[in-house]
Design a protein around this ligand. Structure first.
Ligand SMILES: Cc1cc2nc3c(=O)[nH]c(=O)nc-3n(C[C@H](O)[C@H](O)[C@H](O)COP(=O)(O)O)c2cc1C
Length: 229
């Protein structure tokens, strides 16, 4: 599917054209565009209006220094104990198959075979460079938050992703940073009681990158939604 880089003018279009972009151009995002995007995302609803998201936005030299340190730590073999597991283990059907298919579709597009474990690992490490995006975002929340507040932060994350499309931008939400949180704490002004919940790459998508043509499948409507009359 061809990547759409136009500015979305409807919520429907933003939803339909949003994909996880894993290759960005280095074109900077203008400061006023960033300010508007994050100011608007503040309108995200949350249970009890708790607004539990703490958002750390890196650009320029700050982002470069963060990435340099993160890459060096990765090369040194360092990993952190994840703040939360990405998935239940073992994963059950049909989620297990969806996850498997995503991997096969993605690695198929970029031509990394199943038995090329090192190639796949190296590709995964693109996460640590925010897929070369000019904006790197880390979202933290208090460790004492309950599940409903994590939902709120998920809704906030979607607000960012849809607003990005309206600005002609694309995003990659990244649970990855739950596994690489110490570099976040060392570089950012994160409160002691906070933990890293999710990250995000933000910028202009590279329309030539094969990986950006991945339009991940979705279940048929009746597999997810039951209508009652
Ligand atoms: C909360 C969340 C965390 C994610 N973490 C990662 C990640 O760390 N790395 C990555 O490449 N994709 C990540 N993804 C992207 C998913 O793989 C992607 O959303 C899913 O396959 C559907 O594809 P689409 O976003 O292109 O529609 C994440 C998505 C979400 C919503």
């Amino acid at each position: 599917m061809k990547l759409n880089t136009d500015k979305s003018t409807s919520v429907t279009d933003a939803l339909n054209t949003r994909i996880t972009v894993r290759d960005f151009l280095d074109t900077p995002v203008p400061e006023d565009v960033l300010q508007t995007l994050f100011a608007t995302a503040q309108r995200t609803p949350s249970g009890g209006n708790l607004q539990p998201w703490h958002v750390h936005v890196m650009t320029g030299d700050k982002l470069a220094a963060f990435k340099k340190d993160a890459v060096e730590r990765a090369q040194g073999g360092m990993t952190d104990v994840p703040t939360h597991q990405a998935y239940p283990s073992p994963l059950w059907e049909p989620q297990r198959s969806w996850r498997y298919k995503l991997g096969e579709d993605m690695y198929g597009l970029i031509g990394i075979e199943k038995d090329n474990k090192m190639g796949r690992l190296m590709w995964l490490m693109q996460n640590i460079k925010f897929f070369e995006a000019p904006v790197g975002i880390i979202i933290t929340g208090d460790k004492r938050l309950e599940m409903p507040q994590h939902l709120d932060i998920g809704i906030y994350t979607q607000s960012l992703m849809l607003l990005a499309r309206e600005a002609g931008l694309h995003t990659a939400p990244q649970g990855w940073w739950r596994n690489w949180h110490s570099v976040c704490h060392d570089h950012l002004d994160i409160a002691d009681e906070d933990e890293v919940l999710v990250g995000m790459s933000l910028g202009y998508a590279n329309p030539e990158a094969p990986v950006n043509s991945l339009y991940a499948d979705r279940a048929a409507l009746n597999e997810s939604v039951k209508f009652y009359k």
